[in-house]
Design a protein around this ligand. Structure first.
Ligand SMILES: C[S@@+](CC[C@H](N)C(=O)[O-])C[C@H]1O[C@@H](n2cnc3c(N)ncnc32)[C@H](O)[C@@H]1O
Length: 305
């Protein structure tokens, strides 16, 4: 048994601090924070309070709210908030369906719901089962609602799979998700090691189950700050959203990070939505670049350091 006492208060994600009070001792339990505790692992009825920045996907959101209620002691307080157009409008109804009496307010385009955990809750086990890790038969992959493109292969990924060069040596997949690209990369016997770097713990766990290959290493980490060096290649379908908000700089930081990780003449192969402004960053960090494909709104770019 762990010697670490279970926390009394918790926080999920990054709720705007001017909209809700977060207890000073709140422990982070979001899967998008490398090293954070897992909400799923908190003992039942152990928390006095939890603040949840509720995620946009409804199955994922109900899973998180259900786990928050499971972990709260009766009488404990739940504050959950989400932008109005990203699940906020449904929060109150979802909490009421679990048996909570909810006070709701609205500020800065967010819906903010607070509730006291009742003695008995209903439908919590069902919501937890619906949002739990699962094998998606169509893809033949372990996955979980909330993970990027959790139940279908992303069209950008599919295009990159069709144009993937045969790599050799040591490489990394930045933002590896469920490990779909990594699996294709490892199909080459000339690849000696591939490090999958991914911010989402749920995706890291799924990719471990999807890739039983001793050459694969898994890092639950932010690709922008990971210390990898002298790589022969990097592959990436870079993110352009951070916790639901479009962030074009994220892909640019991935390109800069890939350049730092590569040896001289090492290659980066990435897929990007055509409208993403990556060319300038690529030109600044690489000696040459080639567009391998330009189809259906996506570009596959190979850049040489
Ligand atoms: C566009 S998806 C690609 C996933 C997978 N490679 C595929 O092609 O299906 C981008 C991935 O990057 C992850 N991600 C987002 N920000 C990250 C960061 N700062 N460091 C590492 N991974 C990140 C996301 O969780 C997501 O799984």
């Amino acid at each position: 048994m762990s010697d670490i006492p279970s926390p009394r208060t918790a926080i999920y994600g990054a709720p705007p601090s001017d909209l809700v009070d977060v207890p000073d001792d709140a422990v982070q339990v979001s899967p998008l924070r490398p090293g954070a505790a897992a909400l799923e692992d908190l003992p039942g009825k152990s928390l006095e309070a939890i603040v949840v920045a509720a995620p946009p996907g409804s199955v994922e959101r109900r899973f998180v709210l259900a786990h928050a209620l499971r972990a709260l002691a009766p009488g404990g307080t739940l504050a959950a908030l989400a932008p109005k157009d990203k699940g906020g409008q449904r929060l109150r109804g979802e909490l009421e369906a679990f048996g909570c009496t909810v006070a709701e307010r609205s500020k800065a385009r967010q819906r903010i719901c607070t509730a006291t955990r009742p003695e008995t809750v209903s439908g919590v086990a069902k919501a937890i089962a619906e949002g739990a890790p699962v094998v998606v038969d169509d893809m033949g992959l372990h996955s979980q609602p909330g993970v990027f493109s959790w139940n279908r292969v992303d069209p950008g990924t599919a295009l990159l799979l069709r144009h993937l060069p045969s790599f050799s040596g040591r490489g990394a997949d930045l933002g590896a998700g469920l490990g779909i690209l990594a699996r294709a990369v490892l199909a080459s016997a000339a690849v000696s090691e591939l490090t999958l770097v991914e911010l989402d713990r749920r995706a890291v766990n799924a990719s471990k189950a999807n890739l039983a290959d001793p050459r694969a290493r898994f890092l639950w980490a932010d690709a922008r700050s990971v210390a990898l060096a002298d790589l022969d290649f990097v592959v990436s379908n870079p993110p352009f959203h951070a916790e639901g908000i479009e962030d074009r700089a994220l892909g640019q930081s991935f390109i800069a990070a890939a350049s730092r990780m590569l040896r001289r003449s090492g290659t980066l192969v990435l897929v990007a939505n055509r409208h993403m402004p990556y060319e300038e960053t690529l030109r600044a960090a690489f000696r040459s670049m080639t567009v391998l494909a330009d189809e259906a709104g996506y570009k596959i770019i190979e850049a040489r350091k």
